[in-house]
Structure formats: structure tokens, C-alpha cells
Design a protein around this ligand. Sequence first.
Ligand code: URA
Length: 184
Amino acid sequence: MEHLKKTCESCQKCALGATRTNLVFGTGNPNADLMFVGEAPGEQEDLSGVPFVGRAGQLLDKFLYAVDIERKDVYIANILKCRPPKNRDPLPEEEEACIGYLREQVRLIRPKIIVCLGRISAMKLIKPDFKITKEHGQWFEKGNFLMTAVYHPAALLRDPRKKEDMLEDMKKIKEKLDEWKDLD
Ligand code: URA
């Protein structure tokens, strides 16, 4: 993982390599059973090099706490490792340039459950026509792991009515994780 991080740190495969302050590689337990994948770093993440530390990240922390999951036990990464200017959506060519690094992270971590944070991540990792309003919280079997998507925490900041669904989805994720632990 350290070797992969070093490779990413010098990456200039897309234009974002020239504008980043810091690479946001990913953090957490490299042997995690549960992995979260967001969209792309925002301003605070670009400044600190750590994913989900801004307002959206602090809200994510609250939901993790609410279902008794510790941030240090999970792994958190993004589709893109560098911040797009003004937090615009990732461009297809940026996703293509970067996705191989995420694939390698997944291969090394071998999580049991991958949770997409938001529509962009779900469209890239689960299926291109993923509808977050309809399909959040549903399970999809992919290869050796289960996948699901929840609302992006930034969407919850914009529309707090979605928080109820988020809590239900997070509870289901915790239940599924505990089922796996019982089998181990
Ligand atoms: N939003 C994301 O999708 N990822 C981050 O790391 C921060 C905000």
C-alpha cells in the first residue's frame, strides 16, 4: 500500500495532478472489512491530504458513531485522488486515469463490503445508471464483495430530510458487517 501511495504521489496522468495541494490517497485500516468510497477530495481534503475531513466528513463521522463503527476500523478513499477545481464533478477522463489506483487499493484491502458515498461513486462502481434516490441501501453482489450506496454526506447537508434514510442504511450496513463477523 505504501508503494502504491508513493506512485500516486507523483501521478500526472490527468490535469488535476498540476493543481493539487496534496494527494488524498485514502486512510484507515488497510485490512478493513468495510470500505467507503466517495467522489473526490474537496478543499479541506486537498489541504490536509485526508479524505472526508470537511463538513461532509464530520457528518459522516456522526453516522459512523451512531451505528457504532469506528473510523479507524474502516478504510475511506475516493474515486479521484486529487481535487477538481471548485469541487466540480469528476470528468470521465479523470475517473479513467484514477480508477486503477482504487482497484489496486481494493485488491490489497480485500474488504467484504464496499459502500459508495453518493451517486457519482455508485455510478462508477455499481452501475452507470444507478439511481441514488431509488436504490440507496440496496445490496449488489460484485465479485468477492457486497456493494451498496448511501447518500453523499454533502447531500444530507443540503437536504437534512435525507438523514433518516441515511441512518437506516447505515444500520443495515452495520448489521451485514456483524453477520460476516459471526461467520468468521
Ligand atoms: N467529498 C468526497 O466525495 N470526498 C471527500 O474526501 C470529501 C468530500
